[in-house]
Write a protein of this length. Structure first.
Length: 319
């Protein structure tokens, strides 16, 4: 990350702040929350909030104090996701549900959600609380839609985007927009940062889905083809199926239903052969271009330059 040195002081300040709001009456809630919050991650969402605040003229420390909101919301969804997916690894270490069972991580996720909204309320900005409540609703609906569409090999491109909009893009969009809200920026700047974050979020999830086909367990803490194993149909497979003959589609259907190791490997090979990864990556590149264009209304600013670099990083990342 070429921009890492520039944002390192911000990330260090965010990390420090993240740990300062976790005191709980029940020590176990705090323990589980700290466990996953300390398990790595890019802190992209709180970073976007801080950078957007700076871009709109707010650098009084309030942006750092409120930044944990976005990591708490993100981590709450991860805790719930891992329970739903019966996942065993997250960022290369045992998932919270693997350590404590299912009930405690679900309640720890609820605890983090409550902490996020409590922190938002402390800003005194009704608009911030309203937008975060709306975002939380979208996150829940995105997760429900993904569950409903699990094992659906006929998932459409439109349905796929509805899922990733809810599970990823809306929170990244809110992180970006709320920096402008905190700064009291004009509506056009709010909207521009909303669009930047939304398109960035779509691209981020598409690349995440691409990496599931080409990454390694060493890099991601999960094996190649993990989404297929869980019955999740993502954009690379959707595009590959469009290029398949009727016979090939029938074969993929059988493999997808069985999902044995050799079946998953065969589907991965087919997706690569049918250019599914290239087509999905190209779609992500389109979204990144739109994200960067959304920032054109802002004059030159160090925060703007970093936001542009983050957009490029989303396409190039390997983790």
């Amino acid at each position: 990350m070429t921009f890492y040195k520039q944002v390192r002081p911000i990330l260090m300040a965010i990390e420090k702040e993240i740990g300062s709001h976790l005191e709980a009456r029940t020590p176990l809630a705090e323990e589980v929350s700290r466990y996953i919050l300390k398990s790595g991650g890019k802190k992209l969402r709180p970073l976007l909030f801080v950078l957007s605040s700076h871009l709109c003229g707010c650098e009084n420390g309030e942006e750092i104090r409120l930044a944990p909101i976005f990591e708490y919301l993100h981590v709450a969804t991860l805790l719930h996701d891992d329970v739903i997916d019966e996942a065993h690894l997250r960022r290369g270490k045992p998932t919270a549900n693997n350590v404590w069972g299912n009930t405690i991580p679900i309640l720890a996720g609820d605890f983090l959600l409550a902490r996020a909204l409590e922190l938002a309320a402390s800003s005194g900005l009704l608009k911030m609380v309203q937008l975060l409540a709306q975002t939380t609703s979208w996150l829940a609906q995105g997760e429900i839609l993904e569950i409903v569409k699990t094992d659906a090999l006929d998932l459409s491109e439109k349905e796929y985007f509805e899922i990733i909009n809810g599970k990823t893009a809306v929170l990244i969009a809110a992180s970006s927009r709320l920096g402008a809200v905190l700064a009291g920026a004009e509506e056009d700047k709010e909207n521009a940062l909303q669009k930047y974050g939304h398109r960035l979020g779509l691209a981020f999830q598409i690349i995440d889905d691409v990496l599931d086909y080409i990454g390694s367990e060493k890099e991601f803490g999960k094996p190649v083809g993990h989404d297929i194993k869980e019955g999740k149909v993502t954009l690379p497979l959707i595009y590959a199926l469009k290029a398949c003959t009727l016979e090939e589609k029938k074969q993929v259907k059988k493999q997808f239903e069985r999902r044995k190791e050799e079946d998953i490997a065969a589907i991965v090979t087919l997706v690569k052969a049918k250019k599914g990864l290239e087509l999905a990556t190209n779609k992500a590149i389109e979204f990144v271009k739109e994200a960067k264009e959304a920032l054109s209304i802002f004059p030159p600013h160090p925060a703007k330059e970093i936001l542009l670099q983050i957009a490029d990083f989303v396409i190039k990342r390997r983790y």
